[in-house]
Design a protein around this ligand. Structure first.
Ligand SMILES: [Zn+2]
Length: 258
């Protein structure tokens, strides 16, 4: 815990030039401190990030294999048919943010009230980012803990943002951050992380017989019955099953090639 210039004693940290400074110690620092970065947010909060060289405690091997469909209605749906809904507070904060932004737009730029309102907007942005990050961390850790193989689909934001109604919930969902978390946690804990091709028609295929239903390009169709095998499908669960099967097929093919 000791570097020449940096020391941590309970809730005090010794910084170069400044000496001991009180700070909110959020977790025990393990390993050799390599460097620290101090930053100030536009909400006047100071953060210290401490970079350490440490061993990652391994998670035990898991048995699960999972396909994940990043949803529009839910945050995601798994190949086991489990939906993970978008947290309700996202919507709540978003409404508050909208109101605060409208109030801000009515103030005279540079006035005392303007600055006060501007800080409120920044605080709400900060709150949204924190709660979202917390949600994504918990969700990605839970998925990695339970599954040895994790299959996801490459993001296709270009296609989706064309639909204006969807763009807000997509921004909300921060899928990119989530996939990054799944990827590096899979690497830490020795999981197989597979990202299948963006153009794979995961929503259109029948996960039972493989029939392709082009009608499913229409995003509003939530359920369908396969005209060939008669299987009844929920859109997102069926897509998650196809994503899993495709991921396993690709992984198997790669191993066979070697
Ligand atoms: Zn079928």
């Amino acid at each position: 815990m000791v570097n020449n210039n940096i020391q941590i004693r309970e809730n005090h940290i010794k910084l170069p030039k400044l000496g001991f400074v009180k700070f909110a110690n959020s977790r025990e620092v393990k390993g050799k401190i390599l460097n620290i970065t101090i930053s100030r947010t536009n909400t006047y909060k100071y953060y210290i990030s401490i970079c350490v060289d440490t061993e990652i405690e391994m998670m035990p091997r898991a048995t699960g294999e999972i396909g994940i469909d990043l949803g529009l209605k839910d945050y995601l749906v798994t190949s086991d048919g489990l939906p993970v809904p978008n947290p309700k507070y996202f919507r709540k904060y978003e409404k508050q943010l909208g109101k605060a932004q409208r109030r801000l737009s009515k103030k005279n730029k540079g006035s005392k009230n303007y600055n006060k309102e501007k800080l409120k907007v920044a605080l709400l942005h900060e709150k949204i980012a924190h709660t979202r990050r917390d949600f994504l961390h918990k969700l990605s850790t839970a998925i990695v803990a339970e599954n040895q193989t994790i299959v996801v689909e490459g993001l296709k934001p270009g296609n989706m943002i064309k639909n204006k109604r969807l763009s807000k919930s997509i921004a909300d969902a921060s899928w990119g951050i989530f996939l990054d978390m799944l990827e590096y946690k899979s690497l830490w804990y020795d999981r197989k992380y597979i990202k299948i091709h963006t153009f794979f028609p995961s929503s259109q295929l029948c996960s039972s017989c493989g029939y392709q239903n082009k009608n499913m390009k229409k995003l509003h169709i939530r359920t369908w019955e396969c005209p060939i095998c008669g299987e009844f499908h929920h859109r997102d669960e069926n897509a998650a099953k196809n994503i899993k099967a495709e991921g396993l097929r690709v992984a198997f093919k790669t191993i066979a090639d070697i």
